[in-house]
Design a protein around this ligand. Structure first.
Ligand code: ZN
Length: 137
């Protein structure tokens, strides 16, 4: 089977999963759904993760690709990385991303947004109002 048809098949399987019926108010780290196809790793639910974290797909992809020291591209709802990476690796990186760029260091709530002031980036918390500096990417 070609890479392309294999990915299509996986996409289909993924899209047929039932919608999240256990949605709670409590914040949960999004779990990556990824698969290795040839020499690439496909992250199928990049969009879902970005929606959940309320961060740009581009920002998350850039972080992951940077940490994996590889090239990453966005393909619709998916992120595609050069090289083979297992799901556990992506999960760990997403946990770190969430710690660094989503959760407020003061109150641990995820209701934050990234603001840029000149060359500096801050995490602005909508829950407690804290403003914490974060690194730019
Ligand atoms: Zn806060």
């Amino acid at each position: 089977m070609s890479d392309k048809s294999y990915m299509k098949l996986l996409d289909k399987a993924w899209s047929q999963l039932p919608p999240d019926v256990t949605k709670k108010d409590r914040f949960e780290l999004p779990k990556p759904a990824s698969s290795i196809a040839g020499n690439r790793t496909v992250l199928f639910n990049l969009k879902e993760i970005s929606d959940r974290l309320r961060r740009d797909k581009e920002h998350i992809l850039k972080y992951l690709a940077g940490e994996l020291a590889t090239a990453g591209t966005i393909d619709g709802n998916r992120g595609i990385f050069q090289g083979k990476f297992d799901n556990r690796t992506l999960e760990k990186l997403l946990e770190r991303y969430t710690q660094e760029f989503v959760l407020c260091p003061t109150c641990r709530q995820p209701d934050t947004k990234i603001v840029r002031e000149e060359r500096l980036y801050f995490l602005l918390c909508e829950a407690c109002g804290a403003r914490s500096s974060i690194r730019g990417m």
